[in-house]
Design a protein around this ligand. Structure first.
Ligand code: PMP
Length: 367
């Protein structure tokens, strides 16, 4: 049988395994930061009608530049972040924010170029770098996982990366970055700075989006997604906001007609109903805060969360034992490979209760 080792793989891909979390059949699935609520019925109906309206034109390619969708995204993002100057020219959309980030690496990275991130952070950034032949430098955060303006910018000064990835709120730690950190990196960076705001809608009060910095920094790029707050993960719709020149640069590498007519129609229908869809965000934040408080009440160390998930220290350094003990109670959480830590997604009220009760038992067993 032929194995991967028999193939002439590029050296940076040798020995790797595909990204992904276990997909197990359990009662309470809290391991991939999905929104636990399905689409509200009126939104599902609006999406259905929008899809029906394009079905008979599927013999034609879609709008290659997704102009109408980008204008809708600009209106949503401008209102959500308080940046009133955004237009469709500032926006770009693709099949999930992962694809947007891959396109950015294709434009600004590639062989002979360096991308850099601050781990622990979203591990796909490094995987996308490998896939595009971009060299990667992993700058480590301190024990408290914080990122400070001076240390972040001094690392950028030393390594001179073509692309810096920042993640805010950061996955897996959950905490948002101060805009000061983003500004200090944007001032120092010789190339582009990508702020991954996949969880931006879940941030706590008073945490502004990096979108508000765009007018000041033409090489700053903010990526966002409809996969989390919009409960639209199955559609695959991510986007970026940046200077129009960045959008033009991405158009140099995008595949023609990369975003299907069905995706564009579904996303526009969802955006037209964004207040209804986003109504669930408050409920999720309430459960997120309940997890933070509940785990702290068990005397566990818990990172502050601006996201729909929480990183917590396990009773012992052996996080795999806690992961397994939770699984034994039909709760699936995420082992992100950080010794002594696990990540749990905020679920519905009942799922969160199930998780907290299971954790109380596990802590009692493992202490
Ligand atoms: N960025 C971060 C930080 C994420 O956690 C995720 C999803 N796990 C993504 C981007 C990708 O989201 P999508 O491709 O669904 O937009």
């Amino acid at each position: 049988m032929t194995t991967l080792d028999d193939l002439p793989l590029r050296s940076e891909l040798k020995g790797r395994s595909p990204y992904g979390a276990p997909q197990l059949d359990v009662e309470v699935r809290l391991n991939t930061n999905e929104n636990p609520y399905s689409l509200p019925e009126p939104v599902a109906e609006a999406v259905e009608q929008a899809l029906a309206a394009v079905l008979r034109d599927l013999n034609r390619y879609p709008d290659r530049e997704a102009e109408a969708l980008r204008a809708d995204l600009a209106a949503y993002l401008g209102a959500a972040t308080g940046h009133d100057g955004l237009t469709g020219a500032n926006l770009w959309a693709a099949n999930g924010s992962n694809e947007v980030q891959q396109q950015l690496l294709q434009v600004f990275g590639g062989p002979g170029h360096l991308a850099m991130g601050f781990s622990p952070s979203y591990s796909m950034h490094e995987i996308l770098a490998a896939g595009t032949g971009t060299q990667w430098h992993d700058a480590q955060r301190g024990a408290d996982f914080a990122l400070r303006p001076e240390s972040a910018s001094s690392l950028v000064r030393v390594y001179q990366p073509d692309i810096v990835f920042l993640c805010s709120p950061n996955n897996p730690t959950g905490t948002a970055l101060d805009l000061e950190v983003i500004e200090s990196v944007a001032r120092e960076a010789p190339g582009v700075v990508v702020v991954d705001e996949a969880y931006g809608e879940f941030a706590r009060e008073g945490t502004p989006s990096a979108v508000t910095l765009l007018p000041k920094y033409p090489r700053l790029i903010v990526t966002r997604t409809m996969s989390k707050a919009f409960a639209f993960a199955g559609v695959r719709l991510g986007y970026l906001a940046a200077d129009p020149a960045v959008v033009q640069a991405v158009q140099l590498v995008r595949l023609p007609y990369h975003l299907s007519a069905l995706t564009q129609a579904a996303a526009r229908a969802a955006l037209a109903n964004s207040p209804l869809l986003l109504a669930q965000v408050e409920a999720i934040k309430t459960e997120r805060d309940r997890i933070v408080a509940g785990l702290r009440a068990l005397d566990l160390t818990v990172a502050d969360s601006d996201a729909n998930f929480v990183l917590f220290a396990t009773p012992t350094r052996d996080q795999q034992a806690t992961w397994q003990a939770l699984l034994d109670r039909s709760v699936l959480v995420r082992d992100v490979g950080l010794p002594g830590w696990l990540r749990v997604t905020a679920g519905t009220h009942d799922e969160t209760t199930w998780f907290l009760e299971a954790m109380a038992e596990v802590v009692a067993d493992q202490r």
